[in-house]
Structure formats: structure tokens, C-alpha cells
Design a binder for this molecule. Structure first.
Ligand code: OGA
Ligand code: NI
Length: 352
């Protein structure tokens, strides 16, 4: 029998490795392993109920855990985050129904213009000549804050979409501001350091839909990347997110924890922290049994507000390492660069 090496996990991995070496240093390690049996991440799970109790020493412990997680992984999971399970279940249910709409209805939102406040798209990259791992996802993205400015542009179908997404957006935004306060506190900047700018900031919701795929090791949902945001909060319907452990040079699957949300350090937080915290490189794998949905909530500063490195974190030993940039700068970068998505690296463009 003819063996088709192009469909074998090991050879895909090997070719990807060879190819990655000639692409660029940044993605070299990240293509190394493709989901054979990824190691489960001994992931920091942070209990946020202790953040605002009466006891300041308990808050200090949480802040310390956040600092360690951001330094080590640029990633952590959160539990007792305050968003009721009914709201999470409802928004996931509306999201599934959204992708079950007819192609015609979804295509009404289709656009390749990254500046559009609401858009739908599908990326299906088949294996090309450079042996990149193919990937497949569909997405809706929409601006979400201030809610009243944008909700009128959101899909009206399914009929409960706006209500369920609206409730989630309200809650997740509150949570993001809270987390951002804890993160700036963990950097020694105090919890109100970015408060006003985050309150006026952009909030983008990206709903990703991934098909089930019988050989998950042969196709990805979303290739490796870091998020441009300050902070991303992810809600997933099933396991599938993997993060790259830069210390260990390996991919780690994020274990499923009931009711938990995932938090990514984004590029703009790396800039703010002068590289003390690194944006996490992550990717989405496919599930053999069922389609998967994830809802990424991306929080950043205002459209034209520049994110700069905190001057408190710059000194002789630690000179400024990044150029300032805004959300709009990122969008322009995105539209001017080849988004063979895996190569996309806004943060590399910002390095001094
Ligand atoms: C993203 C993202 C991961 C996932 O939307 O930026 O990384 O699991 N999603 O869908
Ligand atoms: Ni992401």
C-alpha cells in the first residue's frame, strides 16, 4: 500500500520544523510540535474571589500569583471571576446558532476590510508549497463598547444574539478593568494606572467557530500568534487552546476547567511592562468529535490612543524596548502586511 507521508503527523511536524528554521526565529519553536499528545499545562488557575475581599493580605497573594503567571507564561486561567454561568452558557448558545445561519445570511457581514466594525470571514488555508500546517476557522468580529454605539450593527439573528452577547459584554468588560487593575498593581504601578484609558478603550469581540476534523493533528483552527490587545479574555465551548511555553520550548494544551475563563497577556501589555510580561503565543487546535466555539474579548486603549511603555519601568539597566502604537496602528499594520496569519507579529514590528 502506498503510504501518504504528507498525511502523517510525524512528517508534518518534521517538515514544519525544517521549514520554520528558514522562516524566522520568532516562529521557529512554535511550529515544532503539532498536537500529537500535547502535554497538559500545569496552568496557573487564579481564584479571583480573593481579589476584593476584606483582607488585603489575600489580595496581595492573588496579585503575586498574577505576577508569576504573567512573567512565566503570559497566560492564566481564572475561576470565581464573577460572571454567572447562565450568562456564559447563553452567549455560547447564541454563538453556535449564529454560525448555524445560512451562508447567505452570514455573508452579509463578510468583508476583508479590517477597519469594519462588524465582519464575518472564513479562513481555510490548505497546505501550500511551504508545508505550512493548514488551518480552518470562521469568525465574526464586532466592536462592543460603548455598547449603544455598536449594538445596532450586530447580527439580529439569532433573535437572542444581541441580548445574550450584550449581557456578556457588560460583564466581561467589568472583569477586564478589574484584571487590568490587578495587573498594573502587580507591576508596581498601582491599580488605577491605566484605569481611565482602559475605560475609554476599544473592546472587540471575536467569535471563532472551528469545524470538527477527524484527524486533528493534520489541521489547525488558528495558527500561532499573539494578540495585539492589552488583555484578552477567552471563553471556550471545549478544550482546544494551546499556549507556547517559551521557557520549556513546547506547546501545552490548556486543560478544561469548568466555568473558567482564559486570560492572555497581549502585545500592548508587553509594551506597557517594557517586556517584563510577554504576550503569550497561542493557537487553536481542532476537535475530532464536535465543532468548537471560542469567544475572545480583546481589550485595548482607544482607537488612536498610543500605548507607551510605563516610564516607571524604564531605567539605565532597562532601556525602553518598544515603540509606541495605537489600536489603529495595529489595524493599519494588519492591512498592509501579508497575513498568512502565522507570520503575523505586530510585537516584532514594535521592538526597538
Ligand atoms: C483569538 C484566539 C483562540 C481560540 O481569537 O485570538 O487566539 O481558542 N482564539 O479560539
Ligand atoms: Ni489569540
Amino acid at each position: 500500500m502506498e503510504e501518504d507521508h504528507s498525511l502523517d503527523c510525524h512528517s508534518i511536524e518534521k517538515k514544519a520544523r525544517e521549514k520554520a528554521d528558514v522562516l524566522d526565529g520568532y516562529i521557529t519553536p512554535s511550529l515544532g510540535h503539532l498536537g500529537l499528545s500535547p502535554v497538559a499545562l500545569d496552568v496557573p488557575i487564579i481564584d479571583l474571589s480573593r481579589l476584593n475581599g476584606d483582607d488585603p493580605s489575600r489580595r496581595a497573594i492573588v496579585i503575586n500569583d498574577i505576577r508569576n503567571a504573567c512573567r512565566r507564561f503570559g497566560f492564566f486561567q481564572i475561576v470565581n471571576h464573577g460572571i454567572p454561568q447562565e450568562i456564559l452558557d447563553a452567549v455560547l448558545s447564541s454563538a453556535f446558532k449564529l454560525f448555524e445561519l445560512s451562508t447567505e445570511e452570514k455573508m452579509k457581514f463578510s468583508s476583508t476590510d479590517v477597519h469594519k466594525p462588524v465582519r464575518y470571514g472564513t479562513t481555510l488555508m490548505l497546505k501550500d508549497g511551504v508545508d505550512r500546517i493548514p488551518f480552518w476557522r470562521s469568525f465574526f468580529k464586532h466592536y462592543s463598547y460603548p455598547l449603544n454605539d455598536w449594538i445596532q450593527m450586530w447580527p439580529t439573528n439569532p433573535p437572542d444574539y444581541r441580548e445574550n452577547m450584550g449581557k456578556y459584554v457588560f460583564e466581561v468588560r467589568k472583569l477586564a478593568l478589574e484584571l487590568m487593575g490587578a495587573i498594573t498593581e502587580s507591576l508596581g504601578l498601582g491599580k488605577n494606572y491605566m484605569r481611565n484609558k482602559m475605560e475609554d478603550g476599544m473592546h472587540v469581540i471575536a467569535i471563532n467557530w472551528y469545524p470538527s476534523f477527524p484527524q486533528p493533528c493534520q489541521m489547525l483552527g488558528l495558527p500561532e500568534h499573539s494578540d495585539y490587545s492589552c488583555l484578552t479574555i477567552l471563553l471556550q465551548s471545549a478544550r482546544g487552546l494551546e499556549i507556547f511555553d517559551a521557557e520549556d520550548k513546547s506547546w501545552k494544551i490548556v486543560p478544561e476547567v469548568q466555568g473558567a475563563l482564559q486570560v492572555n497577556v497581549g502585545d500592548h501589555l508587553e509594551v506597557l511592562s517594557n517586556g517584563i510580561y510577554k504576550s503569550v503565543i497561542h493557537r487553536a487546535t481542532l476537535n475530532a468529535e464536535k465543532p468548537r466555539i471560542s469567544i475572545a474579548s480583546l481589550h485595548s486603549l482607544g482607537m488612536d490612543e498610543k500605548m507607551k511603555t510605563a516610564k516607571e519601568l524604564v531605567n539605565e539597566d532597562h532601556p525602553e524596548r518598544y515603540k509606541e502604537s495605537s489600536f489603529n496602528d495595529f489595524l493599519n499594520y494588519l492591512s498592509n502586511n501579508d497575513i498568512a496569519e502565522g507570520k503575523l507579529s505586530f510585537i516584532n514590528a514594535l521592538r526597538i
